[in-house]
Design a protein around this ligand. Structure first.
Ligand code: DGL
Length: 260
């Protein structure tokens, strides 16, 4: 069992930011990555649709004998992970915006969160943000259009810069000192965000924490691959044009089109 791959899915290419953290921490683990880019973005979709798409991705990965599933998408986690855990008998790891650590660390008592509509309007997100004491201001911003630009290979475009400027302004007006990235596509924006933000504003995302949690859960289930000296295998599949996903990965990893 322990040599079986980890299954990872996202609405598109963004979950590779999580895959990279998992691979860094657990290089001996093999993986199968699914980018459901044909259905991206999930953010504006209804909860039922997000559950349906997440179930389709999960079933594909389970049919490929994955030992654990990482939902490398904040929108799918906050809308569908309860359903997935109830429905499928396999361990799931999800990703949620790291607003708790940001709220603990802020000195200006103002934090910003950039995420999709589906994440910000989910009850799981509201539950977490309600726990944060009311002397901290949370500036929520839907990153409308950002995922589409990344999926279309327009990461470094003028449109991207203009949207980011627009979305950051209310946060800067509120004097945030932490910006939480609540979508797995957004770590690819970090170089642009650093250019647009004052130096003292720190950016937090949850990729590393997800990798650590993956290790903990694999250990708990006796699923950690302890074989030394065996090369891990990684398969990347997308149901859209493979070139964007390929451009975000080292060329030694092969991306294949798959109609799932
Ligand atoms: N990577 C997904 C997330 O973390 C993007 C959501 C979308 O497709 O809108 O939320």
């Amino acid at each position: 069992m322990s040599t079986l791959p980890i299954g990872i899915f996202d609405s598109g290419v963004g979950g590779t930011t999580v895959w990279k953290e998992i691979h860094k921490l657990l290089p001996q683990e093999s993986s199968i990555y699914l980018a459901d880019s044909r259905n991206a973005p999930y953010g504006p979709k209804a909860k039922d649709t997000i559950i349906e798409l997440s179930s389709k991705n999960t079933e594909y990965l389970l049919n490929k004998n994955c030992k654990l599933i990482v939902v490398a998408c904040n929108t799918a986690t906050t809308n569908a992970i309860d359903y997935l855990r109830k429905t499928y008998n396999t361990p799931f790891i999800g990703i949620e915006p790291a607003i708790k650590p940001a709220a603990l660390l802020t000195k200006t008592k103002a934090i910003g969160i950039l995420a999709t509509k589906g994440t910000l309007s989910s009850s799981l997100f509201s539950k977490t943000s309600d726990l944060i004491t009311n002397n901290i201001k949370i500036i929520e911003q839907i990153g409308e259009g950002l995922v589409e630009l990344i999926e279309n290979g327009k990461l470094h475009s003028k449109e991207m810069k203009a949207l980011l400027k627009l979305y950051l302004q209310p946060m800067l007006d509120a004097h945030i000192d932490y910006l939480v990235l609540g979508c797995t596509h957004y770590p690819y924006l970090i170089p642009l965000l650093i250019d647009l933000l004052p130096k003292h504003v720190k950016i937090i995302d949850s990729g590393e924490a997800v990798a650590r949690q993956t290790k903990v859960v694999l250990k708990q289930h006796n699923l950690l691959n302890n074989q030394i000296g065996i090369k891990s295998k990684h398969n990347f599949y997308t149901n859209a044009n493979p070139s964007v996903l390929q451009s975000l990965l080292n060329e030694k990893y092969n991306v294949e089109y798959l109609d799932f």
